[in-house]
Design a protein around this ligand. Structure first.
Ligand code: ADP
Ligand code: ZN
Ligand code: ZN
Length: 725
């Protein structure tokens, strides 16, 4: 019998908490417990029953109640979560809080998620033949005499069966049946015959079932990566094993889900943050019971329990949405690798534009690379990409004559054109033409974006809103000019230039409502000619068969950013946007507007493709020792008072254990030094040795809470930050 129960609690403190065991019940790791915490109560997870505590036993309080008989988290998840908390320097309880759906963090027993089947007991058989029981009860007995039945089937035929079931169950005439294993329906859609590249990829992964092996599935857009996932999921199903498929964002899920459901003939559980909490908990529990064989989800689905795991797939592995950017800053792709290792299963990272991190792992042999170079099915040539040099060109709302001509030709052929611009709103700046004043956000010192539809100015950094001034607050002039183009303005301009052609805008504003995104995509899959104005959202693997032109309004911002990842992001974006065009039977065309037509990144990308561009970028990172050729941890801090931020970071820098292999940069102001009225600064620590960096960071992290000002500034540690903002 253990004397102490060590518990992870969802609080941002980097420790576990010790309690005395409860009066009754057996304590096991992975169980949920209700414990006193401060003046309130918290639901925690038992990490281990322990023999001793560093605290005096007399000062420990007992666990109020065990919430589960069986552990909710199995040994593998406990280990993986412990690893995750250690690696991303989070509080253990925060890692656990991320892993559990909200509804399971309540002090309640688990909801019943088992499939509900009913059957007759032997007594029930006798009662039926004896002819006792009348009405609803008799009808239910007769129905069940034909064999066990699912609750849904009973409800369909016997509207008031519940009451009868309660009476009959109480009398011992019927009982809950253990569900027969769900029979697989024949798939509604037969799979295409795989190409030889696809077959090779499936075979290579298939050979590793039952052990850990990471793969990079490097396949151009439209090369049939999803077909490879489906074939592998089929194999796992045939072996009675579970598959987890991670996708970047909700927008992508409905389309992939439909395809999985049509093809697999088994229930597919979906897990993402837009789901109702009850549904999320039920899907999670069905995975935990092993009943769910296929789980499709976004970032947090990486925590799904997989007691019968066979396979983990990460689609679009380069996507930034896999990194959580607040609270516990884990990376779902990296965690998927750790889980696959702990579960002893293969893991496939798929992308047309793999991250440099993944390419480095493929180059050093940690990952095996599988390539898909062709687009199978109808012969669909790769899109033809062309640079439009806009220097000294007349631009109509930022659009060159060459771009407008291409749009015109496209819609006149009855096809669709995408005009890509990664800026929402009407105009990024509102300027006084008389004196040069422009509307800035006072809390961020950055220009506010004009939103014409809402007739207001919005700060895209802190979401502050302000009315549009009728005249210049500085000089009183009446001529305020919107400068630059957002999607809203392009929508208006293209509508005026191409009367009669539907112009659809797809950005965060037009897709705010549930399902709006999916509806817009559906319209585009059916319609005739159309012009789509869209942001980043459209760059993510959506199949738009009628789109034959993708025109990118400007690539220049990506060429000149201070962020060392900007080049990689731009290359990925261009290839992904290009991949949206010409997927059906028509060749696609891609136009890139730029003032820098000779930029080496653009040249390499166009002449030799993403692989060559990525290799060049990786060589640059190697030369200057930036990730993935080094490792970084960023300490960010912000507060209303700048002196407090500076004092905190200075103290943090002083508290850092010295190590010749760990470099420190800062404290320095953040790239955006003011945001929402708070002063921001940071300290970056870096090393070429990951283990060295963590060896320094772990004891450092433990000291940060006690530093002067640690409670007056807001601070976070970001391990492997994906941007420095
Ligand atoms: P990716 O995920 O690499 O972008 P998909 O798996 O979505 O590619 O495939 C792109 C298109 O090609 C889809 O319409 C798909 O049905 C089709 N496709 C994939 N593989 C084959 C194949 N072997 N034969 C015929 N069509 C295929
Ligand atoms: Zn003015
Ligand atoms: Zn602001």
């Amino acid at each position: 019998m253990s004397t102490v129960v060590r518990v992870a609690l969802p609080v941002p403190l980097p420790t576990l908490f010790d309690y005395l065991p409860p009066a009754e019940g057996r304590v096991v790791a992975g169980q949920r417990v209700l414990v006193p915490f401060g003046r309130g109560r918290q639901v925690g997870i038992v990490i281990e029953p322990a023999a001793t505590s560093t605290l005096e036993l007399a000062r420990l309080r007992p666990v109020i109640r065990l919430l589960d008989d069986e552990p909710l988290l199995d040994a593998e998840l406990l280990r993986t979560l412990g690893w995750a908390a250690d690696y991303w320097l989070g509080a253990p309880g925060e890692a656990f809080a991320n892993a559990l759906p909200l509804a399971l963090r309540e002090p309640r027993p688990l909801p019943d998620v088992a499939e509900e089947h009913w059957q007759l007991t032997p007594t029930g058989q006798d009662a039926l033949s004896g002819g006792r029981r009348r009405g609803g009860s008799r009808a239910l007995l007769e129905r069940l005499s034909a064999g066990p039945a699912h609750a849904d089937a009973l409800a369909a035929n016997l509207p008031d069966w519940r009451g009868a079931a309660r009476r009959l169950a109480a009398a011992g005439l019927i009982e809950r049946a253990t569900p027969p294993s769900t029979p697989r329906r024949p798939p509604a859609m037969p799979p295409p015959a795989l190409s030889s590249e696809q077959r090779d990829a499936v075979a290579a992964v298939g050979e590793t079932f039952g052990r850990f092996q990471p793969f990079l599935l490097d396949g151009i857009t439209g090369s049939g990566k999803t077909e490879v996932y489906l074939a592998l999921i089929e194999q796992a199903l045939a072996a009675g094993r579970q598959s987890l498929l991670l996708v970047p964002e909700i927008g992508l899920a409905p389309q992939t889900l439909r395809r999985l459901r049509e093809r697999l003939g088994v229930p597919v559980e979906v897990l993402h943050s837009n789901l109702a909490e009850g549904d999320r908990a039920r899907a999670w529990l069905r995975a935990r019971s092993g009943e769910a064989k296929v789980v499709l989800g976004t970032r947090s689905a990486v925590f799904t329990p997989l007691p019968r795991a066979g396979l983990i797939l990460v689609d679009e592995e380069h996507d930034a949405s896999y990194k959580q950017q607040e609270g516990f800053r884990y990376h779902a792709r990296d965690l998927a690798l750790v889980r696959a290792r702990e579960l002893g299963v293969p893991v496939v990272l798929g992308s047309a534009t793999p991250s440099l991190e993944t390419l480095a792992n493929a180059a050093n042999g940690r990952f095996r690379t599988l390539r898909l170079r062709a687009r199978p099915g109808a012969s669909r040539p790769a899109p033809q990409v062309q640079i439009v040099d806009v220097r000294s060109q007349y631009l109509d709302h930022g659009l060159s004559p060459a771009l407008l001509t291409a749009v015109r030709e496209t819609v006149e052929r009855g096809e669709q054109a995408l005009v890509f611009r990664n800026r929402r709103g009407y105009a990024p700046v509102l300027l006084c033409h008389a004196c040069g004043w422009h509307a800035d956000c006072a809390r961020c010192e950055r220009p506010m974006t004009l939103h014409a539809g809402q007739r207001e100015l919005r700060c895209h950094h802190c979401d502050r809103r302000a009315p549009v001034p009728s005249h210049c607050p500085a000089c009183g002039a009446g001529a305020l000019w919107p400068q630059g183009q957002g999607t809203e303005r392009l929508e208006e301009a293209l509508g005026a230039l191409f009367p009669g052609v539907p112009v659809k805008r797809i950005d965060r504003e037009t897709t705010r409502r549930r399902d709006a995104f999916e509806r817009l995509l559906d319209e585009l899959r059916q319609d005739g000619p159309a012009i789509v104005v869209g942001t980043q959202m459209l760059a993510k693997g959506h199949d738009l068969p009628r789109l034959t032109l993708a025109a990118i309004v400007s690539v220049d911002e990506g060429l000149h950013s201070v962020d060392f990842r900007a080049g990689e992001r731009l290359a990925q974006l261009l290839v992904q946007v290009a991949g949206r065009s010409g997927r059906a039977d028509r060749p696609g065309r891609v136009l890139l507007q730029t003032h820098h037509p000779d930029h080496p990144l653009l040249r390499t990308l166009l002449a030799s493709g993403y692989g060559a561009a990525a290799a060049a970028l990786l060589a640059e990172r190697q030369a200057v020792q930036l990730p993935p050729c080094s490792h970084q941890i960023l300490l960010r801090a912000d507060a209303h008072r700048r002196d407090e931020v500076e004092a905190f970071l200075a103290a943090a820098a002083a508290a850092l254990p010295a190590d010749p292999d760990v470099q420190v940069a800062g404290p320095m102001p953040a790239p955006m030094p003011l945001r929402a009225g708070r002063h921001r600064a940071q300290l970056l620590i870096e090393s070429t040795g990951r283990a060295r960096l963590h060896a320094v960071a772990r004891p450092w992290r433990a000291r940060l809470d006690a530093l002067p000002h640690a409670r007056r500034v807001r601070w976070t540690l970001d391990v492997d930050p994906i941007d420095l903002y």
